[in-house]
Design a protein around this ligand. Structure first.
Ligand code: FES
Ligand code: FE2
Length: 412
């Protein structure tokens, strides 16, 4: 299959992007147009989202083998499904014949996928199984047509902590390499087996969807920093104070940035008792970390739960946030722990709703010609700047040099 992303028209680089690559104290942020220009979002789709591992959805939403869901990434139609062996697979949602979108509605299938137009059908592994009457009435094959060459087009995918990641251009590093820096970072919390201990909570007490009138990048930026805590999250600041936070950067500079806290103690404040991750060290019980895994997964890890906010970009100024909370072991998602899960969900709902008005306010500010990227606190905004640099390097191209962040600042 030829790669549509390597041939995609490279959009003009917005003026001012190069200023992002200065050191944090002297850099400007990304210019307004990367938040407000609908054309730019298409450039971003092809140069940012398509070229790395992007969070697309949740494996637990595809419960049974044979379940098929149509979805899309910024207009590119995709199918996620669970095959006969229970593996999650992702395909381009388009029939190989005349290009009708193959699946319009979520469905459960027994025999595979059938195109409604001329009834070509495909196995759940994407192979083209049948081409009725292709060679004339009652002749289901024809000379020179090799079915094996016309199956569904597979999209590279991987599942980690229930999140389905996709790499559309097929050229990103192996998923294991992409996720390794996070696994390494969190090894001291949950060993190597933490993700396997997680169980996603049900929609009733483990999920929240928020529609935010802002560009997806502003949600990432807001999540990167704890600077705003005292003013935006007074309740959170009472059990996880700004002064007890530290910044976190991917030392290799490529996949994440965010913050951590040494004193997260909601469990004590709200009287929540939940099972803890088996490898979590007792003396680090109150530590927690909140990382933006680029481009669009905001993840949080505490001793007794993990969450992700998957950012679904809808338009340049509209993002749908999908919060999903996972707990530790089967018992944590049983009826007995329902009240604890509800308290936990309520606490995070408060926090994320408080963020919405700030993020939407930043989007409105991006309409101002009086703002040209702004500046960063060289102490508080290092992770935010790290993300800006990550975006800028992808727009400018591989040749863009990374600006080193001062070591002492990064290792707070
Ligand atoms: S477009 Fe699908 S069978 Fe013809
Ligand atoms: Fe916040």
């Amino acid at each position: 299959m030829s790669d549509p992303f390597t041939t995609a028209q490279k959009g003009a680089i917005p003026e001012g992007v190069e200023n992002v690559l200065r050191d944090t104290a002297h850099a400007n942020g990304l210019p307004n147009s990367v938040y407000t220009d609908p054309e730019f979002l298409r450039t971003e789709r092809d140069q940012v989202f398509a070229r790395t591992w992007t969070a697309l959805g949740f494996a637990s939403d595809i419960q049974e083998n044979g379940e098929v869901h149509p979805t899309h990434l910024l207009g590119i139609p995709l199918i996620t499904l669970r095959d006969r062996q229970g593996e999650v697979r992702v395909f381009h949602n388009v029939c190989s014949h005349r290009g009708r979108q193959l699946v319009d509605q979520p469905m459960k299938v027994e025999a595979g996928l059938r195109c409604p137009y001329h009834s070509w059908h495909y196995g759940l592994d994407g192979t083209l199984k049948g081409t009725p009457h292709i060679g004339g009435m009652n002749c289901h094959s024809c000379e020179g047509f090799d079915k094996s060459q016309h199956g569904l087009k597979t999209v590279r995918s991987a599942v980690w902590c229930d999140i389905i990641f996709v790499n559309l251009d097929g050229e990103a590093e192996p998923f294991e390499e992409y996720i390794e820096p996070i696994m390494k970072r969190w090894e001291g919390f949950w060993g190597r087996s933490g993700p396997e201990e997680l169980r996603p909570a049900a929609a009733s007490d483990g999920q929240l969807t928020l529609d935010v009138q802002s560009n997806w990048k502003l949600a990432v930026e807001n999540y990167c920093e704890s600077y705003h805590l005292p003013w935006v999250h007074p309740a959170l600041n009472s059990y996880s104070r700004l002064e007890d936070h530290y910044i976190v950067l991917d030392e290799d500079g490529e996949s994440f940035a965010g913050q951590g806290t040494r004193v997260y103690n909601l469990a004590e404040v709200a009287g929540i008792t939940m099972p803890k991750l088996s490898q979590w060290p007792q003396e680090r019980e109150r530590e927690a970390e909140y990382l933006s895994l680029y481009p669009n997964a905001l993840i949080g890890l505490q001793a007794d739960h993990f969450f992700v906010v998957l950012l679904e970009p809808i338009s340049e100024q509209h993002t749908r946030e999908h919060l999903r909370i996972s707990y530790v072991g089967d018992a944590a998602v049983d009826d007995e722990h329902a009240a604890a899960r509800e308290s936990q969900l309520q606490a995070w709902t408060t926090v994320f709703e408080e963020d919405v008005t700030m993020v939407e306010g930043m989007q409105r500010g991006r309409a101002s010609p009086g703002y040209t990227g702004g500046v960063f606190s060289p102490v508080q905004d290092i992770p935010t700047h790290h993300f800006h640099q990550w975006v800028a390097r992808r727009l400018i191209g591989d040749g863009a040099r990374r600006t080193e962040t001062p070591r002492e600042a990064a290792s707070v």
